[in-house]
Design a protein around this ligand. Structure first.
Ligand SMILES: *Cc1c(COP(=O)(O)O)cnc(C)c1O
Length: 415
């Protein structure tokens, strides 16, 4: 039997406890949705306000040089690099994850198609991938003349990878179940078959330990508005090591990826390495917000972060089993710590209504159709005691059938 005092004992020896004060947490809310939109870190508001008032308001066009706006995509990329096990100069920030997936996939596929004596037309992904990943694959495949192979739910992608495979594109931590792939093993299987590997790290970055270099990954993309707390619609990152980036080009060959954008010459010539993955003008205000949000990560040890994440998700699953066993919830997140990211999903037929009722009771998670209630555990600002309290409120909602209230029966545009 797990009691509140057990959760409090875990908090008492939590090495990350002090990070909570570095966030502007909403009052009376247990926020379990940092995997969808991270909490506002302190200091971001002032930094963005300063950029607007001084750099934009006063210095105007001079700020591209004077305030370093032009180098923000690479400077912010260098702040993300240590969080994903990448070298400085191999990460760039701009555009969305969807757009960056298109760039990487097209670049990789074109390089593979050009290999003499080979017939590599296949993109391997999974039907359970995040929708935008599959939609981008489908759009790119039409343009590139590629064939798509999807793994069946729960099956390993490795048996699908063969000598016809051009690219393997997978999401490391599944957005629905939090199931996590073995990055090293799958990347190796892709390489053993002559394929290139692209990882989507949207649900991994800032949540689990990553070492792209050690895994010899070719490309990676990911969001910055989830566990990195960059703010709504914050720009995404793209990773490609120099051995890859310097040898291929991507088709969204905008001027910011040019070797010398301000030469204003007729023909495109790709910039060095990851710079060629830029396209148009950087999203300055969003990049400044993200840069300010990333400052606190300098003090975060990723192994410590991962240990706390697993402690929170384990506690939550144990408590759900203990307190809510009789309500017919199914825990779909892997129990094996090596196989899961930093959220927990519970299957329940009336999950949407339950999550709305929970939000009205101060516990914010989200819902993924058709029937998954999703709870994100952000180790920098969530405590074990809050985790305990969240399960108590879940139990109360289920016991009282508060979710049956009429006002929870129609779905809002964003779930
Ligand atoms: C959140 C998420 C995205 C979002 O892509 P956008 O282009 O930012 O909308 C993409 N892929 C995965 C796996 C995600 O979890």
């Amino acid at each position: 039997m797990i009691l509140l005092k057990d959760a409090e004992a875990l908090d008492a020896k939590d090495p990350l406890a002090s990070f909570r004060t570095r966030f502007a947490l909403p009052q009376n809310t247990i926020y379990l949705d940092g995997n969808s939109l991270g909490v506002l870190p302190k200091g971001v508001t002032e930094r963005v306000a300063g950029t607007i008032a001084g750099e934009w308001g006063q210095d105007l066009i001079a700020s591209w040089n004077k305030a370093g706006w032009i180098s923000l995509p690479l400077a912010v990329g260098d702040m993300i690099a240590p969080l994903i096990g990448a070298d400085a100069g191999d990460v760039v920030v701009g555009d969305s994850t969807s757009v960056n997936l298109f760039k990487c996939l097209s670049a990789a596929f074109a390089a593979q198609s050009a290999r003499p004596g080979q017939n590599r037309k296949v993109i391997v992904s999974e039907a359970e991938n995040f929708p935008t990943d599959n939609y981008i694959i489908q759009g790119a495949a039409k343009l590139l003349g590629a064939e798509i192979r999807y793994t069946a739910p729960g099956a390993s992608p490795i048996p699908l990878i063969d000598g016809q495979t051009a690219v393997v594109l997978l999401t490391h931590v599944n957005y629905r179940t939090a199931a996590m792939y073995d990055m090293a093993a799958i990347t190796k299987a892709a390489h053993d078959n002559g394929a290139l590997m692209i990882w989507d790290l949207s649900h991994s970055t800032g949540a689990v330990s990553l070492n792209l270099k050690a895994c010899d990954v070719d490309f990676a993309v990911g969001c910055s508005y989830k566990y990195l707390n960059g703010g709504p619609g914050a720009p995404a990152f793209t990773y490609a090591p120099k051995r890859i980036a310097n040898t291929l080009t991507q088709p969204l060959s905008g001027w910011m990826g040019h070797k010398n954008p301000f030469a204003f010459v007729l023909d495109y010539e790709p910039g060095d390495a990851i710079k060629r993955f830029l396209c148009g003008t950087p999203q300055v205000l969003s990049l400044v917000a993200l840069q300010a949000a990333l400052a606190l990560w300098r003090d975060v040890d990723m192994a410590t972060l991962r240990a706390k994440s697993l402690s929170l998700t384990s506690l939550f699953m144990d408590l759900v089993a203990q307190e809510c066993g009789r309500f017919g919830l199914q825990i779909v997140t892997p129990r094996d710590p090596a196989r899961r990211g930093s959220h927990v999903s519970l299957r329940f037929e009336h999950g949407y209504q339950v999550m709305r009722a929970m939000a009205d009771r101060g516990v914010v998670g989200d819902f993924r159709a058709p029937d998954l209630m999703r709870f994100g555990f952000t180790p920098l600002y969530i405590s074990h005691a809050e985790t305990f309290e969240a399960v108590q409120r879940l139990k109360a909602v289920l016991e009282s059938v508060a979710w049956q209230n009429e006002k929870y029966q129609t779905r809002l545009a964003v779930t």
